[in-house]
Design a protein around this ligand. Structure first.
Ligand code: SF4
Length: 505
């Protein structure tokens, strides 16, 4: 028997590695995975370096670890079964849809056996979720409250700590003009990380990205240090400024823990417990900070994991609004006069990261209004973000951001410059006018917004949550403004599809 450890299951605390401390361990680092997509160089480095550090930590513990650096995953299995014919492997269920079946076939083709056990890197098991869901309405808030009750996190008996389940409305403050968020720690590459960078230098040489020096946590110790740093320095202001966007501040008070969480270096339960402990032991952590953080990890992260499980495979092909346009080049080259898009794409090009409100309200929102094929955008999120995996990006992008599925989103997250100007300060330094809809300097979001509503009127007008915006669209139509707006939108798309910043009248 051998424990197979996949690259996003780097934990000894749960699963077969914990349950079978004396069994041999198999890990396969396949270059073909890294070469399959134009991944951000930091992502290639992060995953391979975290795997190699995990291998070394297991060996330091005295475990027998076979680690194969090979071209394909099948080559790694060949090497293993040549040495151990007929071996039985045990693995935690992979997060990606269909991956367990593909693994089983690969192992069976080499006359081995594979046992797939529950993936214990999440808080809520599939059985627990399915019992709660029972085929009814998939609502995040309901699930979140259920899981708070089940886990006892931020609970005071049967009631939520502070009296409210959700302090979302307190998460929308704007930082003062002179606000300086605490710096996010970076972790200097060691010899192992530098070796990974050398090994993947050929794949990374022609990258679309413009990576800054690598500094992501790649070990359990680094990840715990990142967690401590967040709780110590950024958790207090995380809540109030959670939805803010500030020019020149790409990380604000965000945790940046999704990358180590999605690799298994941190567990969601310990992360949540540490934040709650910090809030209980100090006076400077308001309830909207700790609750907002718990909602992201215990609520949203667990919810999308199961929404993906329940929604696949249909979600992978969903396209309810029939959006088919190509992703404009700005998502890869970052070349634009649009300050908000420039900042969000710039952060992705530099470090494979943008914070959650940039993801939803700039990057996803713009693609939605532009009419990008949701699956092309999903692929971009998957390859460009250090924390992007199919189980994460598909529900967040296809369902939530692009309103392409029919799973849990109740209306599209579509917004014009009005929202972006209210929640961020990019507009003040932008070449475009957030208050104009037509004209050479009009913010491109505005014409695209009204055009999106007009283009998808058959699908969206009957949505009762869209009634007000359609009454505004009617006003524009009645005033004979809509044709000019739609012409401007077409000009925006034409320019951006060519990699130009729109300047047409
Ligand atoms: S004016 Fe438009 S493009 Fe410029 S920052 Fe504001 S929302 Fe973005």
């Amino acid at each position: 028997m051998t424990v197979l450890v996949l690259g996003d299951q780097l934990t000894r605390r749960v699963g077969p590695l914990a349950a079978r401390p004396d069994e041999r361990v198999l890990m396969v680092e396949a270059r073909a995975f890294a070469a399959r997509h134009p991944y951000h160089p930091h992502k290639r480095t992060l995953v391979a370096s975290a795997m190699r550090h995990f291998r070394d930590a297991l060996r330091d513990d005295g475990r027998d670890v076979e680690y194969h650096v090979v071209e394909t995953f099948g080559d790694g299995l060949d090497a293993h079964f040549d040495a151990h014919p007929g071996d039985d492997l045990v693995v935690m269920r992979p997060s990606s849809y269909g991956a367990a079946d593909r693994l089983r076939d690969l192992v069976a083709a080499r006359d081995g056996a594979l046992t797939v056990v529950e993936n214990e890197t999440f808080c809520c098991s599939p059985a627990e979720f399915d019992e709660w869901y029972d085929g009814g309405t998939l609502r995040h808030e309901d699930f979140y409250r259920y899981l708070r009750r089940e886990t006892g996190v931020l609970m005071d008996g049967d009631d939520p700590v502070g009296g409210e389940w959700n302090y979302d409305e307190a998460n929308r403050e704007t930082p003062p003009a002179d606000y300086e968020p605490p710096a996010v720690p970076t972790f200097e590459p060691d010899a192992t990380t530098r070796a990974v960078q050398d090994d993947y230098a050929d794949l990374n040489a022609e990258s679309w990205a413009a990576p800054e020096p690598f500094g992501w946590p790649v070990t359990r110790a680094d990840a715990l240090a990142a967690l401590e740093d967040f709780c110590e320095h950024r958790l207090p202001d995380f809540g109030p400024y959670e939805d803010a966007m500030v020019a020149g501040e790409p990380t604000l008070d965000h945790a940046l823990l999704s990358a180590p969480l999605n690799l298994g270096l941190l567990g969601p339960r310990e992360v949540v417990e540490r934040a709650v402990e910090a809030s209980e032991s100090r006076d400077d952590v308001p309830i909207e900070s700790v609750e907002g953080f718990v909602r992201q990890i215990l609520g949203w992260r667990e919810f999308v994991r199961h929404a993906y499980r329940v929604g696949m495979p249909a979600l992978a092909d969903a396209n309810r609004l029939d959006a088919t346009r190509d992703l404009p080049p700005v998502y890869w080259d970052g070349d634009t006069d649009m300050a908000c898009l420039d900042a969000a794409v710039g952060g992705v090009r530099e470090r494979g990261y943008a914070h959650h409100i940039q993801r939803l309200m700039v990057l996803s929102n713009f693609a939605l209004l532009y009419g990008v094929d949701p699956h092309e955008l999903n692929r971009w999120f998957h390859v460009a973000f250090v924390d992007g995996y199919h189980w994460v990006s598909t529900p967040n992008t296809v369902e939530m951001g692009q309103y392409a599925g029919d799973l849990f989103a109740t209306k599209p997250y579509a917004a014009s410059a009005n929202y972006l100007d209210r929640m961020g300060d990019y507009c003040a330094g932008c070449a475009y006018d957030p208050d104009a809809t037509t004209g050479a300097d009009a913010c491109p979001f505005n014409a695209l917004y009204w055009d999106f509503l007009a283009e998808n009127e058959d699908d969206l007008r009957s949505n009762h949550r869209m009634g007000l915006v359609y009454s505004h669209l009617d006003d524009k139509r009645d005033a004979d403004d809509l044709a000019g707006i739609r012409e401007r939108a077409e000009g925006v798309r034409a320019a951006m599809s060519e990699g130009e910043s729109p300047r047409n009248e």
